[in-house]
Each structure stands twice: as C-alpha cells, then as structure tokens.
Ligand binder design. Structure first.
Ligand SMILES: Cc1cc2nc3c(=O)[nH]c(=O)nc-3n(C[C@H](O)[C@H](O)[C@H](O)COP(=O)(O)O)c2cc1C
Length: 362
C-alpha cells in the first residue's frame, strides 16, 4: 500500500492514541509488524507556541522508519506552521485529526466538530498541503459524522481529497457515540465506494482479533486497517496480521519467553525515552499490560504500586516472568471471581495492598 511515495507495506497501522502511542510503544508495534505508526494528536496551537510537551512528542521512529505526526486545530495558519514543524522533525506524513470526540477538543470546535464545517475543514487541508514539501502527504482521520442524524463521512472524505488529502481514515462511529456501541462498517464501505481508487482508505474501529480484521476488510473493502485499543498489551496482533497478509502460518499467542522479551524491550525503551517524571507510571503500565489475563497478574499489578524505583519495578517484572516459567503449565489465569475483584478494587481505593492468591512475588 502506498500513500504518495510513502510505503505502507501491508497497511497494518497503529492508531494515534493520546498518552499511549509514545515512541516506546510505537517501536514495539513496529517491531511486531505494524506497517506505520502515528504519534498521538498534537495541538497546532501548542506546537507553534513551542510548548515543550507537544514538541517533544514528535519523536521520529527508530531506524528511519516512516511515521505519521497527527495534528489538530482550526486555524489554517497555525496548522500550516505546525505541519512545517512536523516536516522538520522528520514526519513522513502529516495527518489532521477531525475525529476526536473529547469535550476539551470539540468545545474549541476542533477534532470531530470539524465534520460540521466541511468548508473550513477543506481550507485546513489545503493550507497544510501548501505548507509542506510535495513529497509529504497530508491525510485526514475522521468519524462517520457528528451524530446518527448527520452521517456525512462519504461526502466529507471526498471534500478532503479534493482539498489535497492523500489518504483517509474512517473510525466507524459518530461523535455522539464516543467509544460506545459498535463500530459501523457499512458507512466505511460507502466511503470506499465513493473515493477515487487511487486514494487509500484505512478502516478503523473495534479490530481486536484476526477475525475482526478479516471482517473489517471484507465488509468495507478498505485498503488498510488501523488498530488502536486492540494493540495495547498485545502488539503481537500485528505479527498475526502480517503473517495472514503474507500467506504464512499465524504464529498465534506469544510464548512466555516472547512475552517477557517484549515486556523487557518496552520497559527498556520507556527508561530511555519517557520524561523522568513519567518513568514509574509508564513502567507500571507495561507490567499491567503484559500481565493482563495471566496467572498472578493481579498480584503483580498491586505490588507494582509499592515499588518506588525503575530498577525495583524491572526486578519485579523479571521475578514475575521467572516464576511463571517455573510454573510450567498454562500461564493464563482462570476467570476472575467477581467477589475477589470487587475486594481488590475496594482495597486499591483505600490504598491497601490486597494479597491476591495467585503467585507469590513478595
Ligand atoms: C486512549 C485513547 C486515545 C486516543 N487518542 C487519539 C488521538 O490522539 N488521535 C486520534 O485520531 N484518535 C485517538 N483515539 C482514537 C483511536 O485512534 C481510534 O480511532 C479508536 O480507538 C477506535 O479504534 P480501536 O477500536 O481500534 O481502538 C484515541 C483512542 C483511545 C482509546
């Protein structure tokens, strides 16, 4: 799959996710087979003000791999300036967010609010297109429309393409849906039907398994698939999908050793890349992600709260995986007893460490 001159391989794309798709997680996904990754959305206003938090998030991928910087705003001049900053930072593609449903974004008439103002949205695309060098494509990610009564994704995407967009991503929900209900696939199919053939379309929404992926492709005819929540703690989804696309055998679930190695890789990247004040939080997140559904995971997550340094968190993770290896049987946990879960939640709220009766790490 190509967007302009940028190669998107098999079109297996990691979605932009605020506070999730930092360089560390993007790298892990790329190493498991993601064709390209997006930064989280960055405010054009913040970028052009030089806000360190936004500027530092335009991290280029390692090894010169192509990556996408996503920006949002509603002022053509600042979007154009932000796009130029993304180009200087090395972005291969600049994407404009027209799908975010969050109050803090739509109250400023940005994100999905732009779907109610297609002419302004087209002006934004054009100003970003004009600001960038010709070899850097501009793309747009949007939803189905504002609400069920105003689904306009097919006309909207066409208008964005007329204004200069070289690829469209559609998340199959309206703004009113937020993240509730199920992603609708028929309107995405309608977008594919209406767009010129040479404009690639990414289908997005609720792809968490190989079966979901097959359904998205078959039902919409999309050229590639963007995956968000389904990749958190499961970057191996990309390797399964890559195997499928290449006609190879699905490697399936990771072995314990693979799981430990990817966790450790992620943890090492976090220590290298995350701002110092975020390292403990991000390391705890890696432990939570890679132990979800695994024997002893609940205990691990609780103990992690009490570990005060990066080294002690890494040591806790290593002990967890070493003890799992000693178990020598199925590492998946039994379905959680609702009473136990409620006790654990209650304990966490009160700042207590609840002893889970799974594997002993302490
Ligand atoms: C925590 C979180 C943060 C997100 N941040 C962004 C963002 O910065 N930009 C964006 O376009 N979409 C963002 N999204 C939406 C996702 O990119 C994606 O469209 C949505 O989650 C549906 O795909 P999924 O079902 O595969 O997760 C975010 C979603 C989540 C869950």
């Amino acid at each position: 799959m190509q967007v302009g001159k940028v190669d998107l391989g098999r079109g297996l794309v990691l979605a932009p996710m605020e506070a999730v798709t930092d360089l560390s997680f993007r790298t892990v996904c790329e190493e498991q087979g993601a064709s390209i990754t997006f930064t989280e959305f960055l405010s054009a206003e913040a970028l052009t003000r030089g806000a360190e938090k936004a500027v530092s998030r335009m991290w280029p991928s390692y090894e010169n791999r192509a990556f996408v910087v996503q920006i949002f705003g509603r002022e053509p001049g600042s979007l154009a300036a932000a796009a130029r900053m993304a180009e200087v930072a090395g972005a291969s593609i600049v994407d404009i967010n027209m799908g975010c449903p969050a109050k803090k974004v739509v109250s400023g008439m940005c994100g999905s609010a732009l779907m109610r103002e297609p002419e302004l949205a087209a002006t934004l695309v054009k100003s970003v297109r004009d600001a960038l060098s010709a070899h850097i494509p501009v793309t747009v990610k949007h939803r189905l429309g504002w609400d069920e009564c105003s689904i306009n994704a097919p006309e909207f995407s066409l208008r964005m393409v007329d204004a200069g967009a070289a690829m469209i991503t559609v998340h199959g929900r309206t703004r009113s849906q937020g993240f509730s209900g199920e992603a609708q696939l028929e309107p995405i199919a309608e977008v594919r039907h209406r767009l010129p053939k040479e404009i690639p379309l990414l289908g997005n929404g609720d792809v968490k398994t190989v079966e979901d992926y097959k359904r998205m492709k078959a039902a919409t005819g999309c050229d590639g698939v963007m995956i968000g929540r389904g990749s958190r703690g499961n970057p191996w989804l990309f390797r399964s999908l890559l195997a499928l696309e290449e006609g190879k055998v699905d490697p399936g679930e990771p072995t314990l050793e693979e799981r430990r190695n990817v966790w450790r890789r992620h943890a090492d990247l976090v220590q290298k890349n995350s701002p110092p004040r975020m390292v403990l939080h991000e390391l705890r997140k890696t432990l939570a992600w890679y132990s979800r559904g695994i024997h002893g995971g609940a205990n691990l997550r609780q103990l992690a709260f009490a570990r005060p340094t990066p080294a002690s968190l890494v040591e806790l993770g290593e002990t967890f995986f070493a003890k799992l290896a000693e178990l020598g049987h199925d590492i998946h946990s039994l379905p959680v007893d609702p009473t136990q879960r409620s006790l654990e939640r209650h304990g966490r709220r009160n700042g207590e460490i609840v002893e889970a009766q799974e594997i002993c790490l302490s």
